[in-house]
Design a protein around this ligand. Structure first.
Ligand code: HEC
Length: 143
């Protein structure tokens, strides 16, 4: 077995079992930047206040959801999640980008808030390791 394959399997196992080390410690920030630049920046800028299809992600790491400057178009379910205390940590961002609608539905339902509606982020990153990496990259920019 190639060592990179084995490493990926170990990381996947660690993520699945929620083992000792948090996803952030395992994440590859350089790969996260590459993913951001190929998958996310068609809709998101890193410049403060620069609105595209999505809000600017400047400073989004460890910030409360739904707070970007100059983005008046957050969906109802995102606003409800923000009201219920959603914060963008490495873990919440990684889960969100893999399934934005499912994540926000679960978050609002766990918080006992009935929001309904759909998030306007229609994109899904179907790559668990990539999601952890891009989340770690965004967190690293906010430190
Ligand atoms: C097709 C456009 C599109 C793509 C591609 C996209 N997003 Fe989004 N994103 C949005 C929109 C629109 C919202 C606002 C969602 C809402 O209000 O429900 C959003 C919201 C977010 C938020 C919450 C921001 C806040 O201020 O609370 C994060 C974090 C985020 N996206 C990360 C990412 C990452 C990371 C990627 C790449 C893996 C990505 N997005 C790809 C359109 C996109």
């Amino acid at each position: 077995m190639k060592s990179t394959t084995r490493l990926t399997m170990v990381l996947a196992a660690a993520l699945l079992t929620g083992a000792a080390t948090p996803a952030f410690a395992e994440a590859d920030i350089a790969n996260g930047q590459k993913i951001f630049e190929t998958r996310c920046d068609t809709c998101h800028s890193l410049e403060p206040g620069k609105r595209m299809t999505g809000p600017s992600l400047h400073g989004v790491g460890n910030r409360a959801a739904g707070q970007a400057e100059n983005f008046p178009r957050y969906s109802k379910i995102m606003q409800a999640s923000a009201g219920a205390g959603l914060t963008w940590t490495a873990d919440t961002m990684a889960a969100y980008v893999q399934d934005p609608q499912g994540f926000l539905e679960k978050f609002t339902s766990d918080a006992g808030v009935s929001a309904g509606g759909r998030t306007s982020m229609t994109y899904r990153l179907r790559d668990e390791k990539g999601a952890a990496d891009v989340a770690a990259y965004l967190i690293s920019l906010s430190q």
